[in-house]
Design a protein around this ligand. Structure first.
Ligand SMILES: [Mg+2]
Length: 245
């Protein structure tokens, strides 16, 4: 296998999204004061994360637009409290203040830049890109803030393309932008189906980043059936790709 391009998912693969969400939610609740500030951290984070997962997927499925999914998340979150977000303006303002705290916590995983350095050293001429299920301006701001923008050549965002992972067309578009055959590209992401199996189905080498060592027996079997390799940290990626070369 000749690896010419290594593509990455952004959130929870290179970029520590869940950690930023946890810090953002906690900081925002504190700044809000009252019952919201006094509530249990773990319970509130779990509620927020479940609302994000639910409504973000409705957005990816085309059921809600980008702003509507944010409003639904804000309204769902304050439901147990006496906070009125019934107007769009109130919901937008609430979400905007959460975003400020989320953005303050933006950070890459410690192994992200060392992984790119290692790949560049071991695979001469390798090029990097991002394929993300999100709106490009929001993701570009993360790349700019974390120093990734200088390292990646192309970012393909579902919001621009109109199709989302695991649709094979988004992976095919990334290969086309780089001018390589899909078989010459690797895709690494933290979601087995959406990222790794989706990429493998499009003809790329799919790699599942299971940072929490949470793979079940069934998930391992599905990964193997799709030819997807499993790694537990980005530090393992270079050795994996060099071993397959
Ligand atoms: Mg992800």
């Amino acid at each position: 296998m000749t690896v010419r391009v290594v593509l990455f998912d952004l959130d929870d693969t290179l970029f520590a999204h869940s950690r930023a969400v946890a810090r953002g939610v906690a900081a925002y609740r504190l700044s809000h004061g009252g019952d919201l500030a006094a509530a249990d951290d773990a319970v509130e984070l779990a509620r927020w994360s479940a609302l994000e997962e639910h409504h973000y997927h409705r957005y990816l499925a085309g059921e809600l637009d980008y702003r509507e999914q944010r409003r639904h998340r804000a309204r769902g979150f304050v439901e147990p409290y006496a906070i009125d977000l019934s107007s769009d303006a109130a919901a937008d303002e609430w979400f905007g203040r959460y975003l400020i705290e989320y953005e303050r916590a933006w950070l890459l995983f410690d192994d992200a830049l060392p992984c790119l350095d290692s790949l560049a050293a071991e695979i001469p001429g390798v090029r990097f890109g991002i394929v993300t299920n999100a709106e490009l301006p929001f993701q570009q701001a993360k790349l700019d803030a974390t120093g990734l923008a200088d390292r990646v050549e192309h970012t393909v965002a579902s919001g621009d393309l109109g199709v989302a992972k695991p649709d094979p067309r988004i992976f095919a578009e990334a290969a086309r932008l780089f001018g390589v055959d899909p078989s010459e590209a690797v895709y690494v992401g933290d979601r087995l189906e959406t990222d790794a199996i989706g990429a493998a189905d499009a003809g790329l080498t799919g790699v599942w980043l299971d940072r929490r060592h949470a793979a079940t027996h069934d998930e391992r079997a599905r990964a193997e059936a799709s030819g997807v390799a499993i790694i537990h940290g980005l530090v393992e990626l270079t050795a994996l790709l060099c071993a397959q070369a």
